[in-house]
Design a protein around this ligand. Structure first.
Ligand code: FAD
Length: 395
C-alpha cells in the first residue's frame, strides 16, 4: 500500500519506520527544508518511560487563577481565548477530575512503558547514534502535598511494570550529588531508574537516512493546504507544489494538525522553551525535573539542555521574555549545573501538540482514508515509538 504522511517530526518519522518495516511504500510531505524543524528540534531529550504525567489534574485547579493572571511561572494561559481555545479548555477542565486523571495517568503510563522496549528493538535494528544514555531521572517536589499526591499513583503505575520509587531528598542526593547544590528546598523526590535520554534531532536525522535508504520519499518545502475528498473519502491532498493523488494519509502535523484535518480529540499548541549550554562547574549524570516549575535539566553528550514552561493561546507571548525568565530561573536554582555565560546562549522555542487529556490521538479521522497520529504533548519523543507502532497496525 502507498501511504502519505504529513509531517517529518519525530512522530511522522517513527510512523514511517513501522510502515516501512511492514513493507508499505511511504512518502513524507513536510513544509520545512528538513526533518525535526518543529517541536522535535531542541526538546528536553528525556525518554520519560516511567515519569509521564498528564497536565490536567485536580491539583491544577487551585492554581488556575494565578495561571490566568500570568502569575504562575510554569504555565500561562493568554486570554481572551478564541473559539477553538475555548473548546479545548472545556475538554481540558473535564480532564482535571480525579477519575479522569487516574485514567489518563494509566493510559499514558502504558503507552510510555511500551515505548521503552520498542526503542530498544529499533536501536538493535538500526544502530542509530543520538547520544542515547540510560540516565535515569529524578523529579523533585517542593510542596509536601504535591509529593504525597504523586506517591498515591505509584502503586497503580508499579502494577504496570513502572519502576518509579519515592524517596527523601537525602536519598536523592546520595544517588545524584548535584541535587545538593540546588538552591531550592525540596519535600521529596521520585526516582525513575529506567528513564533514558537522547538527542531527538540526531535521532530524527539518523532515522531519515535509514528511511531514504529503505525507499521512503521525502517532499520537503511542500506545504499541505488541504485534503480533497469525494463522497467523504479522501482522494488526494493539495499542496503549494501541486495536487498529490492518494487514498491513504496519516496526519502527523504536530500542533498544526487541525489546520489539515479535524481531530476527534482537539489539539492545541503549548509553547515551551529550551536552552543548550556548555557544562557547568558541577557535573550531573541523571536527568532532573523541577516539578513545580516544569523545568527539566538533561545532559546530552557534552551539552546541557534546559527546557521548560507551557504557554497556551499565545497570541501575544514574547518569546524573548520567556527565554530570559527560563535563564534566570535555571541560574537561580541551579547556578553550577550549566555555564550560563557562553559567548551566545543557544535558545529555542517550540509548540507541543497537546490534547485535553494529554493522550495522543492515534487512529482514523472522520474522513475515510485519513488517519491521525498527533497530540503527543509533553512526551512526544517518548511516546512516538508506541504510537508509531499502533498507527501502523491500521494498515
Ligand atoms: C521545550 C520542549 C521540551 C520538550 N521535552 C520533551 C522531552 O524531554 N521528552 C519528550 O518525550 N518530549 C518532549 N517534548 C515534546 C515533544 O518534543 C513533542 O511532543 C514532539 O516533538 C511532537 O512531535 P510531532 O512530530 O508530533 O510534531 P513536530 O515535531 O512539530 O512535527 C510536525 C511536523 O509537521 C509539519 N507540518 C505541519 N503542518 C504542515 C503542513 N500543512 N504541511 C506540511 N508539513 C506540515 C511541521 O513543519 C513539522 O515538521 C518537548 C517539547 C518542547 C517544546
Amino acid at each position: 500500500m502507498h501511504i502519505h504522511i504529513i509531517g517529518a517530526g519525530v512522530v511522522g518519522l517513527t510512523t514511517a519506520y513501522y510502515l516501512c518495516k511492514k513493507g508499505h511504500k511511504v512518502t513524507i510531505i513536510e513544509k520545512e527544508h528538513d526533518v525535526a524543524c518543529g517541536a522535535s528540534f531542541a526538546n528536553g531529550g528525556q525518554l520519560s518511560y516511567c515519569f509521564s504525567d498528564p497536565l490536567g489534574k485536580p491539583s491544577l485547579l487551585p492554581k488556575l487563577l494565578n495561571i490566568v493572571l500570568n502569575r504562575d511561572l510554569g504555565i500561562r494561559f493568554n486570554l481572551p481565548p478564541n473559539h477553538n481555545s475555548l473548546k479545548w479548555l472545556k475538554h481540558f477542565a473535564a480532564n482535571c477530575t480525579r477519575k479522569k486523571h487516574n485514567q489518563n495517568q494509566l493510559q499514558l503510563a502504558e503507552l510510555s512503558l511500551s515505548s521503552m522496549s520498542l526503542l530498544k528493538e529499533m536501536k538493535d535494528h538500526l544502530n542509530l547514534k543520538f547520544d542515547h544514555q540510560r540516565s535515569s531521572k529524578i523529579a523533585l517536589f517542593e510542596k509536601e502535598k504535591d509529593f504525597k499526591n504523586e506517591i498515591k499513583y505509584l502503586k497503580l503505575k508499579q502494577n504496570l511494570g513502572n519502576d518509579n520509587r519515592a524517596m527523601s531528598i537525602e536519598e536523592a542526593i546520595s544517588l545524584e550529588p548535584a541535587i545538593g547544590t540546588l538552591n531550592n528546598r525540596y519535600a521529596g523526590a521520585i526516582f525513575s531508574e529506567s528513564d533514558e535520554a537522547g538527542d531527538t534531532l540526531l535521532f530524527c536525522r539518523g532515522l531519515k537516512d535509514w528511511l531514504i535508504e529503505n525507499g521512503t520519499n521525502f517532499h520537503f518545502k511542500t506545504y499541505v493546504k488541504g485534503l480533497k475528498n469525494n463522497n467523504s473519502k479522501v482522494v488526494g491532498l493539495t499542496t503549494d507544489e501541486g495536487f498529490i493523488e492518494t487514498e491513504k494519509i496519516i496526519v502527523c502535523g504536530g500542533s498544526s494538525t487541525e489546520n489539515i484535518v479535524e481531530s476527534p480529540s482537539p489539539i492545541t499548541p503549548a509553547r515551551g522553551y529550551s536552552l543548550t549550554l556548555p557544562r557547568g562547574k558541577v557535573s550531573f549524570d541523571m536527568s532532573l525535573t523541577l516539578s513545580d516549575q516544569k523545568v527539566l535539566f538533561t545532559k546530552l553528550g557534552k551539552k546541557i539542555r534546559i527546557t521548560g514552561f507551557a504557554d497556551f493561546f499565545r497570541n501575544n507571548t514574547n518569546d524573548h521574555k520567556r527565554i530570559q525568565e527560563l535563564i534566570e530561573l535555571a541560574q537561580r536554582v541551579a547556578p553550577d549545573l550549566a555555564d550560563y555565560n557562553p559567548v551566545k546562549i543557544d535558545s529555542w522555542s517550540g509548540d507541543r501538540p497537546l490534547t485535553p487529556s494529554s493522550i495522543p490521538f492515534i487512529g482514523p479521522s472522520n474522513l475515510e482514508g485519513v488517519y491521525i497520529n498527533s497530540g503527543h504533548g509533553f512526551y512526544g519523543w517518548t511516546l512516538s515509538f508506541a504510537s508509531g507502532k499502533i498507527i501502523s497496525n491500521y494498515f
